[in-house]
Design a binder for this molecule. Structure first.
Ligand code: DC
Length: 226
């Protein structure tokens, strides 16, 4: 039986690393929907098309093809995996991803990934809009300060020194934008399990999610083992 595990939550809650490792442990594919939005924003920005809902933008969307590979994103055949992870793209992606025409254009691409089998999917509206029937939904969050600390460390590892206060204020702006946009805002689906990762290590979060998933997927095996 194939299944979808949907993991939503704000930037920096630790979704990506945990979702990737969870997919690996469950031997299923990992889908990073944020990477798709980043690729679109990167492309439109590079072409000088601003995030206004205009005919130009709609036309440009029709010419974009995105392919998801294990660990990478191809934009019209070009590997943009690194280019979409810059502070510049962090700053522009929310405005593009708030547009109805962008979200609509990406819905089929995301849902289409289901044809290749089970998925662990990560994003902002995965449990609420993209895969509302997913049997397992998590909403991962953490305090803005904890998220900013993690983001600073991640940037440091990549050799980019950005002041903590700048990162924190960018996170707050992005949170506000992502949760107040009119279409598919970041919200916790009622049936999602809330996981506050502020005081948890990555391993603890992973163990918790894996246990919850296995409880749902293998209930009989668990009862017998007890
Ligand atoms: O998870 P991330 O930081 O890579 O996501 C980048 C942006 O994409 C984020 O600001 C909001 C948007 N996004 C979205 O609107 N819906 C999703 N399912 C995933 C990401």
């Amino acid at each position: 039986m194939s299944f979808v595990v949907a993991i939503d939550g704000p930037a920096g809650a630790g979704k990506s690393s945990v979702a990737k490792r969870l997919a690996h442990r469950l031997s299923v594919r990992y889908l990073d929907t944020g990477a798709i939005y980043r690729a679109i924003a990167f492309d439109l920005d590079r072409k000088g098309i601003p995030p206004d809902d205009t005919a130009d933008l709609r036309g440009a969307l029709r010419g974009i093809s995105i392919e998801l590979r294990e660990g990478g994103v191809l934009l019209n055949g070009e590997d943009v995996s690194a280019a979409i992870r810059t502070p510049h793209v962090d700053g522009i992606v929310s405005a593009y991803s708030a547009l109805g025409c962008v979200r609509e254009a990406l819905l089929d691409l995301q849902r289409g990934q289901r044809q290749y089998g089970s998925l662990v999917v990560e994003g902002r509206d995965v449990g609420s809009v993209v895969f509302p029937d997913a049997p397992l939904k998590f909403f991962m969050t953490a305090s803005p300060e904890a998220r900013a600390r993690r983001r600073c460390l991640e940037l440091q590892r990549r050799g980019e020194l950005v002041p903590f206060e700048d990162v924190l204020s960018q996170i707050r702006v992005r949170d506000r934008f992502d949760s107040t946009r009119a279409i598919a805002p970041l919200t916790r689906p009622e049936d999602a399990v809330l996981v506050d990762t502020s005081e948890m290590t990555e391993d603890e979060v992973l163990e918790y999610l894996e246990r919850r998933v296995r409880d749902v997927l293998e209930p009989e095996g668990r009862e017998e083992a007890q």
